[in-house]
Design a protein around this ligand. Structure first.
Ligand SMILES: C[S@@+](CC[C@H](N)C(=O)[O-])C[C@H]1O[C@@H](n2cnc3c(N)ncnc32)[C@H](O)[C@@H]1O
Length: 265
């Protein structure tokens, strides 16, 4: 059973692995969400603060509270430049330690599929947001090959290895997100697919970023024997198209959803 807290214990490794993807998709998501300035935000599963930093820089918030269950990620997040205004705390998405209606916007950036009970997490987001406020999330489209780790998943499958997607990977689907938002009683629901392109300067850059011991894939790769890891690496090298300059470019897709807490609730 995957333990999401240990999976993401290393903030520096996460930065190398997911930081560039996370900042780009976070920026596009915030542009799409277009939340009003001077809002009180709750960033749930803030991890090492890659998205939190974008939020502070782009949304002119009145206040930002950010939670994560991982001490290692929180330590990295607190040391980031530009997040001095953020109050970071250790907490679980399924049991938010805040009174009802105390935020204007609650967001989960790349988190929902790692939470053991995603429906409970959405109900908690709705509870802590005031009537008329926004509840939103986005996840890489894990099921339909849209994640940054999808090339690794393909290579694993071709070697007969089951890719280690998180237990609630289906919550990354657009229709499942909509059902969760509807079931939580949210209104004015809008969905968006966000496509992000990243270029790795070389195969080595790609491999290092994906084989660090962080996240579901990196953790599995780090635990492989040297032979098994070398086989996977060779298969990836065969499968990934390399540009003339040695770079590797590919696109990932995230499914985003946003809804409002009904007025009068
Ligand atoms: C893929 S990282 C996303 C981090 C950050 N939001 C970003 O966009 O880069 C997933 C995060 O979810 C956190 N997480 C896992 N289970 C959680 C839970 N039950 N409640 C809150 N956060 C959780 C992990 O600790 C990790 O930091």
């Amino acid at each position: 059973m995957i333990d999401p807290t240990n999976l993401f214990a290393n903030g520096a490794a996460y930065e190398r692995h997911m930081g560039r993807w996370s900042r780009l998709v976070g920026a596009d998501f915030l542009r799409w969400l277009d939340a009003p300035s001077a809002a009180r935000w709750l960033d749930i599963g803030c991890g090492n603060g890659a998205f939190t930093e974008e939020l502070v820089a782009r949304c002119a918030p009145a206040a930002v509270t950010a939670i994560d269950p991982s001490d290692g990620q929180l330590a990295f997040a607190r040391a980031r430049p530009g997040v001095e205004m953020v109050e970071f705390s250790k907490a679980d998405a399924q049991e938010l330690p805040y009174t009802s209606a105390s935020f204007d916007v609650a967001v989960m950036a790349l988190v929902l599929s790692f939470v053991p009970d995603p429906a409970q997490a959405v109900v908690e987001m709705r509870r802590v947001v005031r009537p008329g406020g926004i509840v939103a999330t986005y996840m890489w489209d894990l099921i339909n090959g849209g994640a940054p780790a999808s090339p690794v998943a393909d290579a694993m499958r071709s070697l007969g290895i089951e890719p280690p997607f998180p237990p609630n990977a289906e919550t990354s689907r657009s229709d499942v997100l909509r059902e969760l938002w509807q079931a939580a009683g949210l209104e004015s629901i809008e969905a968006q697919t966000i496509a992000i392109t990243v270029t790795f300067e070389s195969f080595e850059d790609f491999w290092e970023s994906n084989s660090l011991p962080v996240g579901p894939f990196g953790t599995v790769i780090a635990a492989m024997s040297a032979d098994a890891s070398n086989r996977l690496r060779s298969r990836l090298r065969e499968q990934l198209a390399t540009a003339g300059d040695g770079g590797i470019t590919f696109q990932s897709r995230a499914n985003a959803i946003a809804g409002r807490v009904p007025i009068g609730s």
